[in-house]
Design a protein around this ligand. Structure first.
Ligand code: NAD
Length: 497
């Protein structure tokens, strides 16, 4: 019998009472690994009610104690790093190095969350009037929820609940139904680290469970990462229900290649950033803008991309794995066909690729288009596969204008040896994360993950100081203590208005 994925509700590991289960498949074989539940309405309500009750005690646990538990959690995550990466590789198909990277980037956020006492420090101004001080303090919100995508099943849940709970909130996580085993293991280790079990609840499902979260009156804040249409729905519905929402969405990331760039670096980085994780990264490079003479490097780029062979995660030579599902593969293949139809030049075609021993995998080989124009569907749509579109530009100004006209603003990079060109690019580009001779500029957790425009809806971003702001309220106190000799003009209404 197929294994049923459990949930963590009200401090217990439970099997859902639902009647509809979602098969979780190995994307290299289509074998069903297990089935994830569609949590019932009652189960979601029970999880939120338990998190609400837990908040009443959890918020009063000293922040130093909460941070120390997070240190223990960070230690446990490190200890189980490879084991989590194996679970992750099995359900996503990511090659093992990538799977380990997915876990590691999450561990770094747990590490950062363990610094919470200093991150939660307020501000003070003494003597705003005679004998009157004003100071601010940061307090948690209550029950927060997280809705996460399939492509980073360790890193993205870890962007959310470690920061939220060390701030003093309780958390309801609804991970992707396509790879629920990794977040379940993260939760088990979280409880093992000593956190009370009702501080983090894990429920499973899809659209209906998400909509219940969006409409639940006891949830104060929602963190979402996923595609643009779902992100827009989450942001609109969540804020319509007067909740705090941060929604990280899709992307179309450009790499600008100047003719003075180091050619070898460009070729290696461009191929890796386009094909790594089968292009299923929100920071993958999907458009290369070759400026001037750099347009002559296309043969070398093609040669390097052709070397990037997909394969099973257990084989060390596999540069990347399969796409997550047959539907994802069909979508990418349809977009490749559309690109050909619209007149782009298909230099490498990854369709129809077979991988020895895995005839049913969702494989797509490296795919390269040149002569792409900005009105083509392959330029406008997030493909989310190992597909690179090459566009030519005569000048840096033209490249900047093109990127700024694209509605997405997650990541971008420039490869150049000119400080002036790099400075101009970083200043003028309307994209939230910029790499200079770095293809995928994902900030470490003491900064924040700062997508812009259609790639992000909200005000405060993930991790770093912005996440602390997102998961807390600021309370400002103005205080006066009477002494016998205090002058009359100390009355606040007389002096501060
Ligand atoms: P998705 O939008 O399909 O799913 C994300 C989450 O939303 C899942 O938990 C899913 O169950 C839920 N969901 C799906 N359809 C829904 C609906 N109609 N109503 C309510 N909830 C729904 O995204 P995905 O395919 O899992 O992930 C890939 C996408 O995520 C890509 O677009 C990628 O760019 C984006 N992404 C963005 C970032 C970022 O930081 N900007 C990071 C990673 C992934």
């Amino acid at each position: 019998m197929t294994r049923k994925v459990s949930m963590f509700i009200d401090g217990e590991e439970v099997t859902s009472q639902c009647t509809q289960w979602i098969p979780v498949t190995d994307p290299a074989t289509q074998e069903v690994i297990c089935e994830a539940p569609n949590a019932t309405t009652e189960e979601v309500n029970r999880a939120v009610a338990s998190a609400k009750k837990a908040f009443e005690t959890w918020k009063n646990v000293p922040v130093t104690k909460r941070a120390r538990m997070m240190l223990t959690y960070q230690h446990l995550l490190k200890k189980h790093h490879d084991e989590i990466a194996e679970i992750l590789a099995e359900e996503t198909g990511k090659n093992f190095e990538d799977a380990k990277g997915d876990v590691w980037r999450g561990i770094e956020v747990a590490e950062h969350a363990a610094n919470m006492p200093s991150l939660m420090m307020g501000e003070t101004v003494e003597n705003v009037a005679n004998g009157v001080d004003t100071y601010s303090m940061i307090q948690p919100l209550g029950v927060c929820a997280g809705i996460t995508p399939f492509n980073f099943p360790a890193m993205i849940p870890l962007w959310m609940f470690p920061m939220a709970v060390v701030c003093g909130n309780t958390f309801v996580l609804k991970p992707s139904e396509q790879d629920p085993n990794t977040p379940m293991r993260l939760a088990e280790l979280f409880y093992e680290a000593g956190f009370p079990k009702d501080v983090l609840q894990v429920i499973h499902g899809g659209k209906d469970q998400v909509n219940q979260i969006l409409n639940h009156e006891d949830i104060e804040a929602i963190s979402f990462v996923g595609s643009v249409p779902v992100g827009e729905h989450i942001y609109k519905t969540g804020t319509d229900n007067l909740k705090r929402v941060q929604a990280f969405a899709g992307a179309k990331n450009h790499m600008v290649v100047m003719p003075d760039a180091n050619k070898n670096q460009v070729i290696n980085n461009i191929a890796g950033a386009a094909c790594g994780a089968a292009g299923q990264r929100c920071m993958a490079i999907s458009v290369a803008v070759l400026v001037g003479e750099a347009q002559n490097w296309i043969d070398e780029i093609k040669g390097k991309m052709a070397e990037m062979k997909p394969g099973h995660w257990k084989k060390p030579e596999s540069f990347y794995g399969p796409l997550i599902s047959p539907q994802a593969k069909q979508k990418v293949e349809a977009l490749i066909a559309q690109g050909e139809k619209e007149g782009a030049n298909l230099l490498l075609d990854g369709r129809g690729l077979e991988v020895d021993g895995y005839p049913n995998g969702n494989w797509i080989g490296p795919t390269l288009f040149t002569d792409v124009t900005t009105d083509m569907e392959i330029y406008k749509t997030e493909i989310f596969g190992p597909v690179l579109c090459v566009i030519s530009a005569d000048t840096l100004e033209e490249a900047i204008e093109m990127i700024n006209d694209n509605p997405y603003g997650n990541g971008t990079s420039i490869f150049t040896s000119s400080g002036a060109a790099a400075r101009k690019f970083q200043h003028e580009i309307k994209v939230g994360q910029v790499g200079i001779n770095i293809p995928i500029p994902v900030p470490l957790p003491f900064f924040s993950f700062t997508g812009w425009r259609k790639s992000f809806y909200g005000d405060q971003h993930a991790y770093g100081k912005q996440a602390v702001r997102f998961y807390t309220e600021t309370k400002t106190v103005t205080a006066r203590w009477f002494e016998d000799d205090i002058p009359d003009d100390a009355a606040p209404n007389a002096t501060i208005n």
